[in-house]
Design a protein around this ligand. Structure first.
Ligand code: NAD
Length: 290
């Protein structure tokens, strides 16, 4: 397949490389001038998109996505698929999809879970919004870049699934960290705490798979001085998107809001250290952190 790939950063770079390795003809563009082995370099987004059957975008935010879409949509052939894998606000995803549909294109919003490791290993999960025909065209590409693609409904629903998932993740990570700090004060051994909670009703991915306490459970960023992993500022981005979506949909999300405020304080206070989002635990070890 002829593929245009726009945004070759930490995630987009390895995703494009995997598509090229699988034999697809990939032409990439990134404003930072990144070169990826096996991927031809174009000198503009428009040039990367022109003549492609699928154009994939992997960009920092909705504003940049809207600007890139304005550029590439007129350059794409009718019937081609615009596949955005970035994490952006639901409104931008829906606006870009409507613009693409008006120009005779299929549009999919397909944010991912799995991080840089998943992008490199081809094991991402895609949460996909958009039409069935576009989903079927993109399916073989999802199979190369990931291990699972769930079609969540019409445009914007992929982003909706992503921010709901990450709102749960942010809140469960915080309460797991709070509970470890409380257990310490109550004299409960961390290994005992892990052994009980990971097999009891307080269990979650934050405890069992990504335990924020060093030395217990599987190896996680906590065992590597909280180097990310999933950086706290990226969690904050997703929690802010969830709050924007809640405001525009008139939904009550009090715990999501509290999680966003705690991560905003965390990111502000850590002053650019870029630590993992599970480093909330050492913060709760101090009194008065709320
Ligand atoms: P990144 O900053 O490493 O990559 C983004 C790339 O886009 C950069 O290389 C940048 O130069 C390029 N870019 C910016 N504006 C551009 C433009 N106008 N035209 C072309 N290229 C442009 O970010 P990333 O970690 O690769 O994340 C990309 C997206 O994936 C984000 O939306 C992020 O929220 C999401 N995401 C990231 C992770 C993760 O663990 N890193 C996990 C899941 C989802």
């Amino acid at each position: 397949m002829k593929i245009g790939f726009i945004g070759l950063g930490n995630m987009g770079g390895p995703m494009a490389a995997n598509l090229a390795k699988a034999g697809h003809e990939v032409t990439g563009f990134d404003t930072a001038g990144v070169a990826i082995e096996g991927v031809a370099s174009a000198d503009s987004a428009k040039a990367a998109a022109s003549g492609a059957e699928v154009v994939i975008t992997m960009l920092p935010n909705g504003q940049i996505l809207r600007a890139v879409a304005n550029d590439v949509i007129p350059a794409m052939d009718k019937g081609a698929v615009l596949l955005d894998c970035s994490t952006v606000d639901v409104d931008s995803a829906r606006a870009v999809a409507a613009q693409a549909n008006d120009a005779g294109l299929s549009a999919l919003d397909a944010p991912v879970s799995g991080g840089v490791g998943g992008a490199t290993g081809g094991t991402l999960t895609f949460m996909v919004g958009g039409d069935e025909a576009g989903f079927e065209t993109a399916r073989p590409l999802f199979d190369i870049m990931g291990q699972k693609a769930v079609h969540c409904g019409p445009s914007g629903n992929g982003q909706a699934a992503k921010i709901c998932n990450n709102m749960i993740l942010g809140a469960t990570m915080i309460v797991t960290c709070e509970a470890f700090a409380l257990a310490d004060k109550l004299g409960l051994d961390r290994q005992a705490m892990y052994d009980v909670v990971s097999t009891s009703s307080g269990q979650s991915w934050s405890m069992t798979t990504y335990c924020p306490a060093p030395g217990v459970g599987p190896t996680t960023p906590a065992d590597n001085d909280y180097k990310p992993g999933f950086a706290a500022d990226l969690m904050l981005k997703d929690l802010r998107l969830a709050q924007e979506a809640a405001a525009s949909a008139d939904a009550d999300t009090p715990l999501g809001e509290a999680a966003m405020k705690l991560y905003a304080k965390f990111v502000e206070e850590e002053d650019g250290q870029g630590r993992d989002f599970s480093a909330m635990l050492p913060r709760f070890e101090k009194r008065g952190y709320s």
